[in-house]
Structures are given as C-alpha cells and as structure tokens.
Design a protein around this ligand. Structure first.
Ligand SMILES: [Fe+2]
Length: 428
C-alpha cells in the first residue's frame, strides 16, 4: 500500500514536471552520410576547434576519418578524446573537460555507444557550468549552459542520444551516479546506418530488444501521451519487422537505419513517459549476475507484461491493433496475450536466452525488494507489483518457465506501413 501511494505521488509529480518543463528534442539528420551532414551543421557555427569524443576502436578502424575531414576542410581544429572506458567515471569527465577547455573547443561531437555518449554529456555539462563533475550529479544541477553537444549513436537501443540522463561512476566506490538535466540533451544527432554496421549480431539483438522494452514500457505507463504513444507504436512496428533483418544481415543499410530510427523514437517515448518494472528488475539482474542490460530486458519483458495484464491489457490490446502485430482475439485480454506471445517469439527468433539458470534463490527477496523500491520511486507503472509477484517472476526466469505454452512457432504477420516510421521523425 505504501509503495502504491509513493508511486501515485511520483506519477502526479512527473506528469506536472514534464508538462511544464518538457524535455527538448534534438534535430535529427538521418540516412547514410548523415555523419558528415551533422559535422557540416556543427562546422557552420564559427568554431575554432571541436572536441571529438569516441572510443579507441573507432579511431583504429578509421570510422571517424570522414568526420575529421569535414572539420579540417573548414579550418576547424579537431581534438580527439578517445580515453573513454565502459562505465566512464567522474575522473574521465574531469579529464575530458580539461582537454576541452585547454584547446578552446566550442562544441562536442560524440561518436560511440552509451559510455561515450554518457561521458560526452558529463563533459558538456562540466565545461558549461565550470563546476567539479561530482557537483553535477543529481537532478537539474547544471548551472549555466552546457557546451553544445552533437551525437552519433553507434548502437541502436539505449536511446541515450535523446535522453536527459548520463550514467557515470564514482572512481573510488565504482557506484553508479546519475546526472539528470534537460541541458545535456544533444542539440542534434545523426542516425547514420554506417555507424552501426560493425555491431555484432548478439549486440544487435540485445540492444534492439532494449529499444523494444523502452517503447512498450512507455506505452503502458500511466503518463503516456499522444506523442509518446505514436512514437512507441512506430518504433514497435519497425523493430518487429527490421530487428530480425538487422540481426541476420548486419550489413544491410536499410534495416540498420530503420533500427537507428526506432531506437531514437523509443528514446523520445520513454523520455516523455518513463519506464517500468522490466527495467526495475533488469537493473538488479545486471547488478547481481552481470547479465547485459538488453539481454536481461528481453527475457524479463514478457513475464512483467503477463504479471501486469490486469491493468495493462487495454494498452497492450490497443498496441496490438495499432501495430498490426496481433490482430486476432475478441477482447482486450486475449489480444494482449497474443501481443505478449509475439514479444516472446521475437526474442526466441533472435536466439536470445529464455532463462537465467545462474540466478540464486537466496537473492530473490533482496532483488524483489530493490526492484519494488526502484519502480515505486522512479517509474509510473500501470500495476504496482508486490514482492510475491516479483519472486514468482524471478523463479520463472531461473527455471525458463512461462505461464503459457511455448510460442517459438508463432508466425510474424508482415508490417507494411513504412510511412508511419518517417512521419514521427523530424528529418533535417
Ligand atoms: Fe533500457
């Protein structure tokens, strides 16, 4: 009951905050070659020098050369910062900010996955507000303006290219620290399929299922609105059609671009409407057993949807009808059930696991408690699950059981409406 009251208060607070202080959306450059188009856009701003943040891998593979070429041809100095490890710490942010200041960089161009983007957000915030990185942790702590930030995501899933959040780590305790501020949302992004071509199939599948989870959790959230619902519907249709293609044929530019757009749309959707219990449980599963975020979400998603069906069935049925993913069934609940089965079948089609046997029953009470706490204070969930519900889900995750018969043989209906993908995207 206490958790329900907390969650009700959170829902009201989030709804008012986002209504009166909406998260800004970046300008979008889309398609093959948009990496350079974004660089030309940045270069038009009378810059002396720019900080290019990326990983050592992309430097070695010369993936950033076309970007450097655009800046140099316009007489702009490019300072490369490629010392970004996974889970970047406050120290990395301090070092990047110092380099940025010493070279008089007027903008940041980030090319990379979640860690690179998070570090870039932290550096943009630190340079702009001129405060120690630690003082920026928390909600709306960035003073002044962040340095202009431009981003190319090299995975399709996290949505980090559009969110107002950065996850950093404490260099001493290794604890995760969260920076939330609308000022760190990139000004413009490029969704270029060339940037994700090297993503291996396993990561393509997991990150794509992360994007699907973002879209579905935002759709069934208690604060979903018209725009977040339209974007989520578009993202979900796209993911069902194009994620298997991107997984099976990684060099296909069309599928890669569609997935980049779907990830972006799902990112905007969850920025507006929040996430839910899949993420609350998944964060614990990752912390306890080191299971990657997208993989954990893919396996947990159908279980949480099934456990939430008494409240989420109307939204899931609406989603099934809107996307054409499941169009049989008379009432909301049978239709919602069909949709859940399709989600599970997609995960199986991508060769993702169906169970985590390494989980330990002794941990379940703590995991359930932590997940309920996270959901109560952070996510406007359609149904507040209790400890019993969570432990039941954890038992099924460990055993690889599901409350319905195996759905691996389900056929996917074709999704034809390409037009719905572009109509929601501000193409530059
Ligand atoms: Fe996620």
């Amino acid at each position: 009951m206490k958790n329900q009251i907390t969650n009700y208060g959170l829902t009201l607070a989030l709804k008012s905050l986002l209504r009166f202080y909406p998260i800004p959306e970046p300008r979008v450059f889309r398609g093959a070659g948009s990496i350079q188009e974004l660089a030309r856009h940045v270069a038009s701003d009378n810059l002396e020098s720019v900080l290019l943040i990326t990983s050592k891998y992309f430097v070695a593979e010369k993936k950033i050369d076309p970007i450097i070429e655009v800046f140099r041809s316009r007489g702009i100095h490019v300072e490369i910062f490629s010392d970004v490890p996974p889970n970047p710490s406050l120290d990395i942010v301090e070092r990047g900010a110092e380099l940025c200041r010493s070279k008089n960089c007027g903008a940041i161009y980030a090319f990379g996955g979640g860690s690179v983007i998070d570090a870039a957000k932290g550096i943009a915030a630190q340079v702009g507000s001129n405060a120690p990185a630690r003082k920026l942790i928390g909600l709306f702590k960035v003073k002044g303006r962040a340095l202009p930030l431009f981003v190319v995501p090299t995975t399709s899933g996290s949505g980090s290219e559009v969110t107002n959040a950065a996850v950093l780590s404490d260099p001493e305790t290794h604890q995760k620290l969260f920076l939330f501020d609308h000022k760190i949302v990139p000004l413009a992004i490029a969704l270029d399929p060339n940037a994700t071509l090297t993503l291996p199939p396993k990561f393509t599948a997991a990150t794509g299922m992360d994007a699907l989870t973002h879209a579905i959790e935002s759709y069934i959230s208690k604060i979903s609105d018209k725009r977040s619902e339209e974007l989520a519907e578009s993202a979900i249709s796209t993911i069902f059609e194009y994620l298997p293609k991107a997984y099976n044929e990684g060099q296909g530019l069309d599928a890669r671009e569609k997935m980049a757009v779907a990830s972006y749309e799902a990112g905007i959707a969850f920025s507006r409407s929040g996430l839910g219990f899949v993420h609350a449980i998944s964060h614990q599963i990752t912390a306890f057993y080191g299971i990657p975020h997208g993989t954990a979400n893919a396996v947990i998603l159908p279980h949480v949807l099934r456990a939430s069906i008494s409240k989420a069935a109307p939204a899931l049925a609406k989603l099934a009808r809107a996307t054409g993913i499941a169009d049989e069934g008379k009432g909301d609940e049978p239709l919602a059930d069909l949709f859940i089965e399709q989600v599970r079948a997609l995960s199986i089609q991508l060769d993702l696991p169906t169970a985590f046997p390494e989980m330990k029953e002794d941990d379940f009470e703590t995991i359930a408690g932590n997940a309920i706490k996270e959901a109560s204070f952070n996510f406007p969930v359609p149904k507040m699950l209790n400890s019993e519900d969570c432990i039941e889900i954890l038992n099924m995750l460990k055993a690889g059981e599901f409350s319905e018969e195996d759905s691996a043989s389900i056929e996917f209906p074709p999704v034809e409406e390409d037009s719905r993908i572009s109509k929601n995207v501000a193409v530059a």
